[in-house]
Design a protein around this ligand. Structure first.
Ligand code: 5GP
Length: 179
């Protein structure tokens, strides 16, 4: 599997540092609240685990599954909810935990939906941000690392469901998806 990676963009050590700093920042910013960390499945799983280890305040962890890719390497821009929340978010502070922001369509749609359902605040914590990929206006509140407009895999990010278990984030060799 490691042989399919052309280059590493965010190393394991760098991910650790990002999670430590972001966890500290969130613990401070939300010290007077009991926020909901809302992970977007499946990509958020390693980041959620690594980040929340460093969160020192009371918090809840919930998940939704949304998809905009449907396999392949380009976003369809059409956001579908595959697994929804089973509890109310009314009056709650929400931090959406996401692996990457690309076109911005997923986060813009889900943030609006949560406000519509009565959330008090909705912020976004993302491991990676690809601002050059934006198709809709969207700014994440907590960003681990800004990366160029490349298709990346690892640390939760997949290509056709593979590579989520890589401990780092890397760029696939073009030969892998040209097959
Ligand atoms: P957006 O709605 O901002 O275009 O995309 C958000 C979702 O698209 C992410 O949660 C992720 O699932 C997927 N995505 C965007 N860029 C990449 C990428 O470079 N690699 C992978 N594996 N998924 C991506």
């Amino acid at each position: 599997m490691h042989n399919d990676i052309e280059k590493i963009l965010v190393s394991e050590a760098e991910i650790d540092t990002i999670c430590k700093e972001m966890g500290k920042q969130l613990s401070n910013d939300y010290k007077d609240s009991t926020p909901i960390f809302l992970g977007l499945l499946k990509g958020c799983v390693p980041f959620m685990a690594a980040l929340t280890k460093h969160v020192t305040i009371y918090m809840e962890q919930l998940y939704m599954a949304v998809s905009s890719y449907h396999g392949g390497i380009k976003s369809s821009g059409d956001v579908k909810i595959k697994y929804d929340l089973e509890v109310s978010v009314k009056g709650r502070d929400i931090i959406i935990v996401e692996d990457i922001v690309d076109t911005g369509a997923t986060l813009k749609t889900i943030s609006a939906l949560l406000y519509h359902r009565g959330a008090k605040s909705v912020k976004v914590a993302t491991l990676l941000d690809k601002p050059a990929g934006r198709l809709v206006e969207f700014t994440a509140d907590y960003v681990g690392k800004v990366i160029p407009k490349e298709f990346v895999v690892g640390f939760g990010l997949d290509y056709n469901e593979l590579y989520r278990n890589l401990p780092y984030v890397g760029v696939l060799k073009p030969s892998v998806y040209q097959k």
